[in-house]
Design a protein around this ligand. Structure first.
Ligand code: NAP
Length: 222
């Protein structure tokens, strides 16, 4: 299976890379600027591609003709702690987080969809429960919540549009995971989250197109 993963140099993206290499798959790992943990992996089934997901992809030659699985994992939180509360949130922060967390995955799918269609493959968009309105009891986090909510909606439209071509699209919530994004303070390890999400991906036909599913298999209302 040909697997392409964005934001693959650290955190969950790196966890996905290790999982699919372990499974024997061919992996195209995208990184923004620093190869990070990818540099330490020695495998002839791993190809590294530099791609800031907010920019057009320029080196088509590095891509496979068919992509069986595209994982839109790259994302940012934006200012942490109280930096996104009602008093402090700024228009430029709203725009910056939206640019990466919603427009970025859309840009990636627009660039790669023909390859996924040729494989009748699967697209997994990594959102967050923080993008669920029904799960929002604590407020704040304006930019991250809004951008991840928008990604759920965008992902649903992709699911409907690409179903016509035999492509499955699912939206995932990784859980609260020990990565840089959470300051390593999450509740679960990367391996636990990746194991859950990859299990969902491998059973994607069991879910409605565009479903929003947490790493533990629970449907996330949105
Ligand atoms: N950790 C959690 O508990 C949690 C919970 C819910 C959802 N998520 C989502 O899961 C995904 C992965 O999160 P994580 O915890 O692994 O975060 P992370 O450790 O902060 O890693 C984020 C990754 O995204 C990449 N990235 C950011 N902006 C990019 C851009 N413009 N172009 C390409 N790559 C870019 C980063 O690359 P650089 O190294 O170059 O910055 C890095 O590889 C994110 O979408 C996040 O929102 C995480």
């Amino acid at each position: 299976m040909n697997v392409l993963i964005t934001g693959a140099n650290r955190g969950l993206g790196l966890g996905f890379v290790k999982h699919y290499l372990q499974q024997g798959d061919e992996v195209w790992a995208c990184y923004r600027s620093d190869t990070g943990g990818l540099a330490g992996i020695n495998s002839n089934r791993l190809r590294l591609l530099q791609w800031d997901i907010c920019t057009p992809f320029e080196n088509d030659a590095g891509l496979p003709d068919t992509i069986d699985l595209l994982i839109n994992n790259a994302g940012i939180y934006g200012p942490a702690k109280d930096g996104q509360n009602l008093e402090k949130i700024m228009p430029e922060v709203m725009r910056q987080v939206f640019e990466v967390d919603c427009i970025g995955p859309l840009n990636v799918v627009q660039a790669l969809k023909d390859r996924v269609i040729r494989a009748k493959g699967t697209i997994a968009n990594v959102s967050s429960k923080m993008g669920s309105t029904s799960d929002n009891t604590s407020g704040g986090a304006y930019a991250y919540r809004a951008a991840k909510a928008a990604l759920v909606i965008v992902s649903k439209s992709m699911a409907v549009d690409l179903a016509l071509f035999g492509v499955r699209v699912i939206t995932l919530h990784p859980g609260w995971v020990k990565t840089d994004m959470t300051g390593q303070s999450g509740l679960i390890e990367v391996e636990t989250s990746v194991s859950g999400m990859t299990n969902i991906i491998s059973h994607v036909d069991d879910y409605e197109p565009g479903s929003f599913i947490a790493f533990d298999g629970q449907e996330v209302p949105y």
